[in-house]
Design a protein around this ligand. Structure first.
Ligand SMILES: NC(=O)c1ccc[n+]([C@@H]2O[C@H](COP(=O)([O-])OP(=O)(O)OC[C@H]3O[C@@H](n4cnc5c(N)ncnc54)[C@H](O)[C@@H]3O)[C@@H](O)[C@H]2O)c1
Ligand SMILES: [Fe+2]
Length: 385
């Protein structure tokens, strides 16, 4: 098998790296950045801090801060107006996955036109787009290193996966200090998202030697540091390690794909407005158990890297320890089931056929070690409720 591998051209990683935004823009030879962020980044002063860094490099900055969590097609129009008004020549996505994904959508739509649904999988878009610089503040979506954006179509309530090299940031600045303000719930949700990226990249049918190395390294780190970051948000060592692992996991799944957990998680997010990492976490134990027979050796290695199993445990033993480890982790970081979260049973049942159809249509389940039928996906939705 020949694998296509792609990463951002520039990657600045380290505490305080955001101070180098000006020099990154100079290296990219751009003059008019549009900073795409959210209201929280404005309220805590960090958007203004970035504007000052940009202006100190002699560039002209404008800010668009009306991004919404889990960006929708409706939320993009005002952003496109901001790109045009500012005559932006680069889009800087600053925040969690939602502002970064909005930035990616704006970078493509502003140059190529059309509607976001024109770009959804299985299409992979590599045409005209503004360059994207991504600066994550969660650890995290990994969007700073992926060739995807995820936008919800308000007409269908579908969380669309839109792939292609034009969505891959040309530069990413990964600064763990930006994550120190994350509250425990957000730390857990985004950390489990990163863990799911690493596991799914490693067990994916599209896994390759490059994604494997990144995924395994991310798992080792997340196994050691996620609980620490959750318990004490001011633990800089834990924050820094989680940030690096999240970017590694993003680099891994961008080049190996995610699988069934993400395929089934997006419809839950779209229909029930559950945070992305939390809907992953609700599914992860049951889907790991379902998928295990298709890649027992790979799941066993996940368990060893996470510190859930001993190096000399058999694959059988290690893989079963993985399920117990994920269950315990989800309990420690207080992941509720959909029912405990307050989702209405009748509405859940009613939407299962549509959610199963949307999960399959995203293409992600076809990379799963066990490729499920629509009926099996429906059974899994019922089981996790
Ligand atoms: N493109 C990709 O490859 C990819 C990968 C995974 C997830 N995603 C998408 O990313 C989105 C989720 O992103 P997310 O989980 O990073 O969260 P988010 O961007 O949706 O942010 C969630 C909340 O956290 C706040 N926040 C962000 N950083 C903070 C900080 N440092 N301190 C305090 N609060 C902070 C935000 O203001 C917001 O209120 C979903 O829409 C998901 O589908 C995309
Ligand atoms: Fe994710």
């Amino acid at each position: 098998m020949v694998s296509d591998i792609s990463f951002p051209r520039f990657l600045k990683i380290g505490a305080g790296a955001v101070e180098e935004l000006g020099s990154v823009l100079t290296d990219l030879n751009v003059e008019r950045p549009l900073l795409v962020t959210d209201a929280f980044m404005v309220s805590n002063g960090s958007a203004e801090r970035l504007v000052k860094i940009i202006e100190a490099a002699g560039k002209h900055a404008a800010v668009f801060s009306d991004t919404v969590p889990d960006p929708t097609t409706d939320s993009l129009g005002a952003g496109l107006d901001a790109v045009r008004t500012h005559r932006a020549d680069v889009i800087v996505g600053f925040g969690g996955g939602s502002p970064m994904d909005t930035a990616k959508a704006l970078a493509v739509l502003s140059e190529q036109g059309g509607l976001m649904r024109d770009f959804k999988a299985p299409r992979s878009y590599a045409g005209p787009a503004l360059p994207i610089v991504a600066i994550p503040t969660t650890a995290g979506s990994g969007s700073e290193a992926t060739q995807f954006t995820i936008i919800t179509d308000v007409a269908t309530d579908e969380k669309m996966l839109c792939p292609g090299l034009s969505f891959l940031p040309i530069a990413s600045i990964v600064d763990s200090e930006l994550t120190l303000s994350m509250p425990p719930r957000l730390t857990a949700d985004t950390g489990v998202d990163a863990l799911t990226h690493a596991i799914e990249a490693y067990v994916s049918k599209k896994a390759n030697p490059i994604s494997d190395g990144l995924a395994l390294s991310a798992m080792r780190t997340i196994g050691r540091y996620l609980r620490r970051a959750y318990r004490d948000g001011s633990d800089r060592e834990a924050r820094e390690n989680m940030m690096h692992a999240s970017t590694q996991a993003g680099m891994a799944f961008s080049n190996a794909s995610v699988c069934l957990v993400h395929g089934m998680s997006r419809p839950i997010g779209a229909h029930f407005h559950v945070a992305h990492g939390l809907s992953n976490a609700m599914l992860l134990p049951a889907i790991t158990a379902f998928s295990l027979p298709g890649a027992r050796d790979r799941y066993a290695e996940c368990a060893r890297q996470l510190g859930a199993a001993e190096q000399n445990d058999s694959d059988e033993t290690a893989a079963s320890k993985l399920i117990a480890f994920i269950d315990a982790l989800c309990a420690d970081v207080e992941v509720p089931s959909p029912s405990a979260y307050g989702i209405d049973r009748a509405r859940w049942e009613e939407l299962i056929p549509l959610m199963a159809e949307q999960a399959l249509a995203s293409g992600s389940p076809s990379n799963n070690p066990v490729v499920p039928t629509a009926a099996e996906i429906a059974d899994l939705y019922r089981a996790v409720y």
